[in-house]
Design a protein around this ligand. Structure first.
Ligand SMILES: [Zn+2]
Length: 374
């Protein structure tokens, strides 16, 4: 059924005027210039309306890995309309991720293909990158060619827990595959080996550093002045700093100091999985609220949760109100609060404001949404 939205404030769109009086969605799910006959009118009660929230780092290969949640748990029920699975599947099980997760869900789901063939099937118990037998270049190239419509990059976890003494080599192979296939590389950084500057030297514009504010000793951009300068230079050159909060990879102090010194993340993502969802991550709204609390301005939080990650997935962004485009929006409030939250190292912070998702629009389907925590 066609829809008409009233009583909202637009943010994240490049429209004139900033906020139209009404937004119309036609029966075919596209934005319409004029009211549609018989449309259902939805009063958004003064909420903000933005391009659909997009989470660039989740683990939703439920049943194919021990760590993944269901895509629905990371999706519309929490205000998210698009997400990228960050390397849960390698070439060996990508067909299952596609058939059972990517295709059936209403949310737009794409994936970074893990360079390790087995992906995260037994995450951190059976590492996906042990030695050269962990990577099958021909099969990886074949899976990429057959799934180009849903693969948005290559993923490599370049930290000691995974690669052990194999060091920087798997990241180099992943970068070579990314270059050969003209895809961005998403690299997870953390405890060495390899050192993060070894990883950074491989990257070019469009590549993504996830867990950018991890705060791990000898794995953090705040370890030395030179490393921080290197990260800033990379961001200036178009290398994308992604939050990837997760259970072990977001530190309030690292984030606060980095933002104060001028390094703003490209994208805000949760790294939601079974463990991190219970605490300390919960959902996208809480993660966005944490970034606001450590000093990222509201407009930048919205950009980093909508247009920036949506561009990586090839989705509409700031132009999303143009007639003819598929409707893909999130409605939310910014509410006063006093919630105490944790980072990945157990540090606490009291947030004064919190993003409260109210609902999402995908095509002509409106669904209500809420944060996971009261
Ligand atoms: Zn992850």
């Amino acid at each position: 059924m066609a829809l008409t939205f009233t009583n909202f404030t637009c943010t994240g769109f490049a429209t004139t005027p900033d906020t139209p009086a009404q937004i119309h969605v036609a029966d075919d799910g596209t934005v319409a210039a004029h009211a549609q006959p018989g449309a259902q009118v939805i009063d958004l009660q003064g909420a903000y309306l933005s391009p659909g929230w997009c989470d660039l780092h989740v683990h939703v290969w439920h049943g194919g890995t021990d760590i993944s949640i269901r895509a629905s748990e990371a999706g519309r029920m929490t205000g998210v309309t698009a997400m990228a699975d960050a390397g849960s599947a390698g070439e060996a099980s990508f067909h299952g991720l596609r058939e059972y997760v990517i295709e059936p869900h209403a949310e737009t789901i794409k994936a970074f293909l893990n360079i390790g063939s087995i992906g995260l099937v037994a995450c951190n118990r059976v590492p996906e990158l042990i030695d050269w037998r962990s990577i099958d270049i021909e099969r990886t190239l074949d899976v990429i060619e057959k799934n180009r419509d849903v693969i948005c990059g290559i993923k490599v976890r370049a930290s000691g827990v995974i690669v052990g003494s194999w060091g920087i080599t798997p990241a180099k192979i992943a970068k070579r595959i990314a270059e050969m296939t003209d895809l961005p590389l998403m690299v997870h950084v953390g405890e060495p080996p390899p050192l993060i500057d070894e990883v950074f030297e491989l990257l070019g514009p469009g590549d993504i550093v996830t867990h950018c504010f991890n705060g791990k000793p000898a794995g953090s951009i705040r370890d030395t002045t030179a490393l921080f300068k290197m990260a800033q230079d990379m961001a200036d050159r178009g290398i994308r700093m992604d939050i990837g909060h997760g259970g072990a990879s977001f530190n309030f102090r690292t984030a606060r100091e980095s933002i104060a010194d001028g390094l703003r993340p490209f994208s805000i993502s949760t790294d939601l999985h079974k463990v991190s969802m219970e605490s300390p991550v919960y959902d996208m709204a809480t993660t966005m609220s944490k970034l606001l609390a450590v000093g990222l301005p509201f407009d930048d939080v919205i950009e980093a949760s909508t247009n920036a990650p949506r561009s990586v997935m090839g989705l509409s962004g700031a132009e999303g109100l143009r007639p003819g485009l598929r409707a893909d929006f999130t409605a939310f409030d910014l509410a006063d609060t006093n919630i105490e939250v944790l980072d990945s190292q157990g540090n606490t912070m009291v947030m004064k404001q919190v993003f409260e998702p109210r609902g999402t629009v995908l095509g002509c389907d409106w669904q209500s949404a809420a944060r996971r925590l009261p």
